[in-house]
Write a protein that binds this ligand. Structure first.
Ligand code: KIV
Length: 279
């Protein structure tokens, strides 16, 4: 499969469902690429999955650049999007451009993602004008969880659904090549998807979007907490605990390492050594 770019991602609308997963390190990047995913997101969810924090707000620009570099190196044939972390774009379009420029140049990501609607239009426009593709993110925007009263589904009233639609149309006009809709009722996501010419990517927004994104650790059962909309495709967390418990048991019982996990010395050499050190 050839590496995606912004143009053929847009062309997938109404043609092929887009697939996206987060990755943060060499192992997750290689797994995602081997599996044949269309896009990798180096999400600021790394604040929770990698750093073990309760939210995404403490993730820094340096964190994103560090993890994205690793992912790009280990998934060289996959389109990589990097999250703009909290407070790296809100202050001004100039600051957003400077920080997005650093991510783009230093990490090798081919697009950035920003959370927000009409409040960040000048930022999106500044990046698009400079040639940095932007993926939008509407609905539940975790960086604003404090303002939203927590990690809650959004656009569940007629008024807020209207606002979401308005924001989505504005993001498209400002130059977003795609928009993530997180924790949005499927009927609203379906309607918004049909009004846009750019693909929508659902994260808990139902199956009528143009693609889906899941957090690597959530879908593989490696997170302590998992949102209701996530399907766990494996329970690697439990498997890993059992494997480590078996290792502990075998070490304590002295059954690991077995002969095939040990090195040997050739008999001649051992004889010379042993003769020199009689026991
Ligand atoms: O940070 C992230 O992983 C995200 C996805 C949940 C869309 O923004």
């Amino acid at each position: 499969m050839s590496k995606k770019n912004v143009l053929n991602i847009k062309e997938c609308k109404n043609q092929k469902k887009l697939t996206m997963i987060t990755a943060y390190d060499a192992a997750s990047a290689k797994i995602a690429e081997k599996a044949g995913i269309d896009m990798i997101l180096v999400g600021d969810s790394l604040g929770m999955t990698i750093q073990g924090n309760g939210d995404t707000n403490s993730v820094t620009l340096e964190d994103i650049i560090y993890h994205t570099k690793i992912v790009v190196k280990n998934a060289p044939n996959t389109f990589v999007v990097a999250d703009m972390p909290f407070m790296s774009y809100e202050i001004s379009p100039a600051e957003a451009l400077q920080n997005a420029g650093r991510i783009f140049r230093e990490s090798g990501a081919r697009a950035v993602k920003m959370e927000g609607g009409k409040n960040i239009l000048p930022q999106i426009q500044a990046l698009a004008d400079a040639g940095i593709p932007v993926m939008g993110h509407l609905g539940l925007t975790p960086q604003r969880a404090a303002m939203l009263g927590g990690f809650k589904a959004q656009a569940r009233t007629a008024k807020s659904a209207e606002e979401l639609l308005e924001d989505a149309l504005l993001l498209e006009k400002a130059g977003c090549f795609s928009i993530v809709l997180e924790a949005v009722p499927y009927k609203v996501a379906d309607f918004v998807t049909k009004q846009l010419t750019v693909p929508t990517i659902s994260c808990g927004a139902g199956k009528y979007c143009d693609g889906q994104v899941l957090v690597f650790h959530d879908m593989l059962g490696l997170s302590d907490f998992c949102p209701r909309f996530v399907k766990k495709y494996a329970n690697l967390g439990e498997l890993a605990v059992s494997a480590v418990q078996e290792y502990i048991k075998e070490v304590e019982e002295n059954t690991f390492p077995a002969e095939e996990h040990s090195f040997n010395i050739n008999d001649e050499e051992w004889k010379i050594f042993a003769e020199k050190h009689p026991q």
